[in-house]
Design a protein around this ligand. Structure first.
Ligand SMILES: *[C@@H]1O[C@H](CO)[C@@H](O)[C@H](O)[C@H]1NC(C)=O
Length: 683
């Protein structure tokens, strides 16, 4: 028989099923930024929801885009390096395209009219001011003339070395590489009126070849003097030959740190770091560690001291054969407990890391001056020498931070992609509040995922949809969400895209399909699958994210003749294939969680036989006359079964084909698709 499996998709389990939509199919919901710019390396660096703008950096360009429609009147500043600088960069042996240009990596709001912007400046970082006007209507967006200054300590030289930054009260805090060679990494403070500060130079106990991922101010108490800045990064393990090679870290400093008096002058005297763990036990009892932090999303809560921290991690190491990634969630309570716990200490004959058990000086190292516990100490310069000395040698905590429930929220192993980015939206549905995860991959797709609690502390993960954001499989570099606009913005090396957070119409035109999709954004309103809003009248809305039970939810709707697909229409569908060639029978489930089955009733037979089950459809290779018959595709979910496709396959001898083409035009009212030997015909 010509039956064979479609190579891409096997019969998948519920957890791995996903609805793959190409952006090009869903017209009206996605906007590519396709302005004719000769640029690359897009990064969304700042959202300004008050002004409905988004600021984007790319190679030699600074963009200000409209959040409603990123293609509508973009403001663009061309900020290349001088020809002389470009030549100097080339002479030093750097690459013309990937290095000797101005890669914009920092855009911070400076005051009501100005932005502070920095770029790599062809291996010579530069910063300047951009005037964006007071209001967007003014349409102002230009460089302030004569304001270019050095970007050293604000932006890395090498565009491959990621830098992070936060401008707080006129001070710029940045995690960067400070030198041309890319060996001197530091957390810097510059720009403002406070003392310029940095981490201890070339001290691998503090930072060891770090890759900076994120920075966020998180208050510790109502007392502003306790405010701490948290840095998320990954770095090389401090021990030679130690496994893993890479470790993920959360580090922190006090905003009001002024360095030491005796030693650590102009160096942080409150810098501490701890390891972030994200791992799962495997079948063989060995833990699979996701050691490489790739992205962090911080979800604010009512309590500003306790945001929820989401991290995306991948498996580290040079073994590219095994791809794996995971999402872990951390609580501030767990993080603070680790920073309040024992310090890591090295001594003894084996020279191993142990928990420090000796006397800890006062105030406890890492405490901010003038805070809740140190009201009488105005500055870190007032701290005793022993506190400062202790800090210099004990920057790491002994205990690691474990994720909530001690396991990842989402895990992907044995797949051909990795997650690279994350952003989260809080959604109110009829049956509760949900966190919807948007996960960008290294293949140019975004997965929309929810995780539901199920029995015995287990969780059920649902991939609501997977969208191919970029036409070429390219890693997603940044992602930002606007809950206000209900939009997701995605960047990569090749471009920018905007998509709606929900596309309820893709789930079909029936109550059951809408319900089975279990998308918290969407509900059946009696007529169609549309955006659920808590303020609307509840009675008329049908939604069941937790259980997705259409039999309970859609009683009365489906029996009203409103079936999931117009089967009566589809029953008249005929598909022609030519003997010896291949053909593809399509069956696209509206719900990503459905189990698809194909049945074939051969011509001259009264038996229906199950042939195979696939989400995308059936591929029939080398067609034989015996493959002719009635093919029926059904979707089953939660004991709810419906027919999606019913079609008559007619296998033609190659001789008949030429005649058919003529025939078709006469008898078909609608004829679609003449790809290869495939003809769809609707009467
Ligand atoms: C904003 O900052 C720039 C640069 O320091 C300065 O020239 C300008 O006067 C400031 N504008 C306002 C409105 O404060």
């Amino acid at each position: 028989s010509g039956l064979s499996a479609l190579p891409l998709h096997g019969c998948r389990t519920k957890k791995a099923v996903s609805n793959k939509h190409s952006n090009t199919e869903s017209t009206g919901t996605a906007h590519h930024f396709a302005y004719l710019l000769n640029t690359s390396d897009y990064r969304i660096l700042r959202m300004d929801e008050d002004h409905d703008r988004m600021y984007v950096g790319s190679k030699d360009h600074i963009l200000s885009l409209d959040l409603h429609d990123i293609n509508k009147d973009p403001h663009i500043i061309h900020w290349p390096v001088s020809e002389r600088r470009r030549m100097e960069c080339l002479v030093s042996g750097k690459d013309a395209n990937d290095e000797c240009a101005n890669f914009i990596r920092l855009i911070e709001p400076w005051n009501r009219t100005q932005l502070y912007v920095c770029g790599t400046g062809a291996y010579n970082p530069v910063c300047t001011f951009v005037n964006r006007g007071r209001k967007p209507q003014e349409e102002i967006f230009h460089l302030e003339p004569g304001k270019v200054e050095s970007g050293k300590g604000k932006c890395s030289y090498d565009p491959k070395l990621n830098s992070v930054s936060a401008l707080i009260n006129g001070e710029l805090y940045a995690g960067v590489y400070v030198d041309f060679m890319g060996t001197d990494s530091a957390i810097f403070r510059t720009l403002g009126t406070k003392t310029a500060m940095r981490t201890d130079q070339y001290n691998s106990r503090w930072l060891n070849d770090p890759t900076f991922i994120h920075v966020q101010l998180i208050p510790d108490s109502a007392e502003r003097n306790d405010d701490k800045l948290y840095f998320f990064f990954r770095e090389k393990s401090s021990e030679m030959g130690q496994s893993p090679v890479t470790q993920s870290r959360i580090g922190r400093i006090c905003l009001n740190d002024d360095g030491g008096h005796c030693c650590l002058v102009n160096k942080w005297s409150t810098f501490l770091k701890a390891r972030l763990i994200c791992s799962v036990p495997g079948a063989d009892g060995m833990e699979t560690h996701f050691d490489e932090l790739r992205d962090v999303y911080i979800q604010p809560t009512q309590d500003t001291k306790n945001p929820v921290i989401y991290g995306v991690f991948s498996v580290s190491g040079l073994v590219s054969v095994f791809k794996g990634s995971a999402v872990c969630v951390y609580s501030m309570a767990d993080i603070r407990m680790v920073f309040n716990g024992p310090f890591a200490h090295k001594e003894g004959p084996n020279y191993q890391w142990v928990a420090y058990t000796g006397k800890i000086p006062y105030p406890r190292p890492g405490t901010c001056p003038g805070g809740t516990f140190t009201p009488n100490m105005k500055s870190t310069k007032d701290y005793a020498d022993e506190v400062i000395n202790f800090m210099r040698n004990h920057p790491a905590m002994y205990n690691a931070v474990y994720p909530v429930h001690k396991r990842p929220l989402v895990v992907r192993t044995n797949v051909d992609y990795e997650f690279t980015t994350i952003t989260v939206d809080q959604v109110t549905a009829a049956d509760g509040n949900y966190e919807v995860l948007f996960l960008g991959t290294d293949k140019g797709t975004v997965q929309k995922v929810i995780v539901l609690p199920s029995d015995d502390l287990q969780t059920e993960e649902l991939v609501l949809e997977e969208v191919e954001v970029f036409k070429v499989p390219t890693p997603i570099t940044t992602m930002k969400i606007s809950s206000k606009r209900q939009q997701l913005y995605v960047s990569s090396g090749v471009g920018l895209t905007q998509l709606a957070l929900h596309r309820c119409d893709v789930y079909g035109e029936a109550c059951a399909d809408c319900c089975l999709a279990r998308d918290p954004y969407c509900a059946w309103d009696g007529k169609s699958c549309s955006r659920y809003s808590a303020s609307q009248k509840r009675r008329s809305r049908r939604q069941d994210v937790k259980y997705g039970n259409p039999i309970r939810q859609c009683r009365g709707f489906n029996s009203n003749g409103k079936t999931s697909n117009p089967v009566s229409f589809l029953a008249n569908m005929v598909q022609y294939g030519v003997e010896g060639s291949s053909t593809f029978l399509e069956c696209q489930a509206r719900s990503p969680h459905a189990v698809i089955k194909w049945h074939l009733q051969r011509d001259n037979s009264d038996r229906r036989k199950e042939v195979s089950c696939h989400i995308q459809g059936l591929l029939l290779r080398s067609l034989q006359p015996s493959d002719s018959g009635m093919y029926q595709c059904t979707a089953t979910e939660k004991n709810f079964k419906h027919t999606l496709v019913k079609l008559q396959l007619v296998v033609l001898s190659s001789r008949a084909v030429n005649n058919l083409l003529v025939e078709e035009k006469k008898t078909c009212s609608l004829c679609i698709g003449t790809f290869g030997a495939k003809y769809y015909c609707y009467y």
